[in-house]
Design a protein around this ligand. Structure first.
Ligand code: MN
Length: 409
């Protein structure tokens, strides 16, 4: 990979090997969203740069746009061509004079929701997380349900409440009923939690009735973001039988503003953990190069690191999830979002939700400021970050997904 003429801070996660896409506005033009690409401490105004260098009409059309929808829908050959073009603009010294005026300091832009969420599906792919939750919710029984190692379990969530990082999260109200209560009560959740997850954003759609096989993953998935699946555990525990999560999850799901292209993640691909149950053929990835990803995640509560979930430990990969999600012929649309499920590793310090970290409140978490938490309090801020291996020993940054809890209304 050639080096960029853009000055990069040491250990910038936004080097020339990353080039994540987002959508931004400026204070000067708050009503004109534009496609941006992160490089160092700057955001490249991609549409303006395309015009400045005289890019092809195909490249200009998808970058000089108020959203990423056109680029996402265009498919893998266009994604590859556009990425190659942007790489040239940021590395060819002869183009510097044309491109540099379209670099905006990142602190001067407002990052918007990077895509228009179409459908939203959330999975449950960490064996450690599913085992911990089984032990907490169904003590004395087998923690994993009988289907867990045969199919990636998921549910359809609420696409309309997917929000970008830094959107305030209003504490939801609903029905709560502890096992010891005779009847449910109504009020603000007392068990507001996080789920540290990785989100996969679909670009190219598929035809209704035609499954998307394991090998077609990279033709449909545009890129990867970070995701916090906010969860009201008391509402969830009372409502989830027999149809699964509903109002305990649907009030808000936060995503990071940068989508890291799948092409940037070649060096991050790893084999998933050994599976002890043979999958059915449509989920069997043993013959192909599998899609485990070695993301190192960090979860901070009010600035303190409370967990370091390892994404490489996930039992089911995103390619298996996509294959399963479409095996019945359900079609894909640009903007479909599917999330990994809570990322929890085998160690206590690797758990991606407070319900596991505090064992449903039994073991409060002590924070360095002297306070302790079972679940989130009003005013608390949770931030999830991640990095992944890039080419030649570099690290790719995913930025952050952050949210602060505000009081119930
Ligand atoms: Mn979740």
């Amino acid at each position: 990979m050639p080096s960029t003429w853009v000055p990069l801070p040491t250990d910038s996660g936004y080097g020339i090997d990353n080039l994540p896409y987002g959508v931004f506005t400026t204070d000067h033009e708050p009503d004109r969203p534009r496609v941006g690409v992160a490089i160092g401490d700057f955001v490249l105004d991609a549409g303006a740069a395309a015009h400045a260098v005289g890019a092809t009409p195909e490249v200009s059309a998808v970058l000089d746009a108020p959203s990423l929808t056109g680029l996402m829908a265009a498919g893998r050959p266009t994604w590859r061509g556009v990425r190659a073009a942007i790489t040239t603009w940021l590395t060819d010294p002869g183009l510097r004079a044309s491109v540099e005026p379209h670099l905006i300091p990142r602190r001067d832009v407002v990052l918007r929701l990077p895509f228009e969420p179409a459908d939203y599906v959330d999975f449950y792919a960490s064996e450690h997380h599913a085992t911990n939750l089984g032990r907490i919710f169904r003590p004395g029984t087998e923690p994993l349900s009988p289907n867990w190692k045969h199919l990636p379990i998921g549910y359809h969530g609420r696409a309309g409440t997917v929000v970008v990082s830094h959107t305030p999260i209003v504490r939801p109200s609903g029905q709560r009923k502890a096992p010891t209560d005779a009847v449910p009560s109504f009020g603000p959740t007392r068990r507001l939690d996080i789920e540290a997850e990785v989100g996969f954003v679909v670009g190219a759609g598929s035809e209704l009735g035609t499954p998307v096989g394991l090998g077609d993953f990279a033709d449909h998935v545009f890129g990867v973001c970070l995701l916090n699946d906010w969860s009201a555990r008391d509402i969830q525990a009372w409502e989830y039988v027999p149809l699964g999560p509903f109002l305990g999850k649907s009030f808000a799901t936060s995503v990071s503003p940068w989508i890291v292209p799948l092409e940037a993640l070649d060096a991050a691909r790893v084999a998933p953990p050994a599976r002890d149950v043979e999958p059915l053929p449509y989920l069997d990835d043993r013959a192909a190069e599998p899609w485990g990803l070695d993301l190192s995640m960090e979860v901070r509560l009010n600035g303190h690191v409370i967990s370091r979930p390892p994404f490489a430990s996930m039992y089911w990969t995103a390619a298996q999830q996509l294959a399963h999600m479409t095996v019945n012929g359900a079609s894909l649309r640009p903007g479909d979002l599917f999330a990994s499920g809570t990322v929890s590793g085998p160690e206590v310090g690797e758990r991606g939700a407070l319900i596991e970290i505090t064992w449903n409140g039994e073991n409060p978490l002590k924070l360095p400021d002297g306070s302790s938490r079972t679940y989130l309090e009003d005013g608390d801020e949770v931030t999830i970050t991640a990095t992944a291996p890039g080419p030649n020993g570099t690290r790719l940054g995913f930025g952050e997904v952050s949210g602060r809890i505000v009081a119930a209304r």
